[in-house]
Design a protein around this ligand. Sequence first.
Ligand code: UD1
Ligand code: CA
Length: 466
Amino acid sequence: MQDLTAIVLAAGRGTRMHSKVPKVLHEILGEPLLAYPLRLLSSVGIEKPVVVIGGDEVGEKVKSTLAPSFNVDWAIQFTAKGTADAVAAGLQNLDGVSGSVLILCGDVPLLTVETLKNFYDKHCQAQAKMSILTAVLSDGASYGRVLIDAAGAPLEIVEAKDATPEQLTVKRINSGTYIVDIDLLRDALAETDCDNAQGEYYLTDMVAFARRQGAATSIYDVVDSREILGINTRSDLIQLETFMAARISRYWLDNGVTVRSSETVLIGPDVKIGQDSEISPGVSLLGATTIGDDCYVGAGAQIKNSIISDNVDIKPYSVLEDAEIGEWAMIGPFARIRPGSVIGAEAKIGNFVETKKVNFGKGAKASHLAYIGDAEVGAGSNLGAGTITCNYDGFNKFKTVIGKRVFVGSDSQLVAPVTLGDDVLVGAGSTVTKNVAANAIVTTRTRQKEFSGKGMAWRRQANEEK
Ligand code: UD1
Ligand code: CA
C-alpha cells in the first residue's frame, strides 16, 4: 500500500464529548485516539500522512501532542464546514500529487491492518477510481447509507439526516474510510455544495459524482463491523477501549502469556510480553513497556514506559514509570518506581519503597519503607527500613553515592550531597551529613542514658498534674 497517500480527518469539533480536551486526544489504553490511525498507516508503509486539524488552539494541542511521535504533514481547516471541506484543506498539502489517496477518520481507532489490506486489494481488483469501506449493521443508526446498483457497486451515499424512511432501512453503512483517485477527488470537491439537512459540505457526495463521471466504484464490507465504530461520546470511548483491551489480551493469551481475569487488564498496543509471563487481574501495562520471559506481574500493578527483564517478580499494587528492572529482581508489593530508576539484576525493592533517578546495583536491597532518589547504590548494599536520601534542600537536588556492600542501619538519613565508600556500615538512626571513607563504621546517635527506678514515679507525677 506504499503507493497510497493518506489524509486523516481530525478537525471536527467533538462537541458530544463535553470536554475541554480535543476529541482525538482522549485516550484509549493510554494512547490518544489519533495515534491509532497514524500507527495503522505506518504499519502498512504509508509515510507522512496529511492530518487535517482545526486552526485554533484545539488544533495546536493536537499537533503538539502527536508531533513528537509521528511524522505528519499537518493541514489546517479553519472552520469545520464538513468532511468535504476538511479533505479540501488536506489536498492543499498534496499539490501536484497524483495517484490514489486513502482517507481515514481520526476518531475510528479499531481498524486493523488486515481489513485495510483487504479493502485495498478489493479496490485494485475492481479497478475502481473510488472505493468505500462499508459495514452491514442491523441498525444503521446515524451512519450514511450506501446505495448500490445491481452489480453491487455504490451509486451514492445518503446521510441519515437526509434519508427517506425507505433509505433508512438500508443496512449497509459508510465507515468514512475511502480510497479515491486524487484527480477525481479534486473534481468532485470542486462541485460539492452544502445544500443538505446539516448545511455542511459532504465528502460523501463524491460517490454520486464519480458515477455521473462514469468512474468505476466499489465497496468492501468489513467482516467484524465493530472495527469501523467511531467515537462520538465518552460512552463510545469506553466501549471501544474495552473491545480493544480484549483484543490485545486475547493476542497475548494466544502467544504464551497468562492473562488472568483478562477483562480487568489493560495492555497498550505497543507493549511486548515474553513467554510464560503471568499478568494478574487489574494490571495495566501501558506505553512503550516491555516485559521479559517468566515474569510475574501481581494484581493492580501499573507499569508505564518501562523495561522489565526476564524472571522479574513484581508484587501487587506496585507502580512503575520510565524504569528499567534487571533480571530476577523483586519489586513490591506497594513499591513506587519513578522515572529514571534503573534497578539491577537480583535487586530487591520491597514494600512502601519509593525510588527516583537511581542506579540501584546488582543484588542491592531496600526491603521496607525507604526513599531512594538521585542516588547510586553499589552492588550488594543493604538499605534498612526507613532509610531516606535527603536529596532536596528546598531549592536544589543533590546526589547520594553509596558504594558496594554498604549496610545502612534502619531509620538513617543520608543528607546529600554525600558519598559512602565501599563496605561502610552506618549505625541505625544516623543522620549522615559528611562523606564516609570506605570500610568505616559511622554512627551519629546520641548515647543512650538510663535513669534507674524512675519509671513509676514519673507516671504518678504526670497523673497528679492532670
Ligand atoms: C461521516 C459520513 C457518514 C459516515 C460517518 C462514519 C459525511 C458527510 N458523512 O459522518 O456517511 O457514516 O462519517 O463515521 O462525511 N471532520 C473534520 N472537519 C469537519 C467535519 C468533520 O475534520 O468539518 C472530521 C471529524 O473530525 C471526523 C470525521 O471528519 O474525524 C468525520 O466527521 P463526523 O462529523 O464525525 O462525520 P459523521 O457525521 O459521523
Ligand atoms: Ca457530522
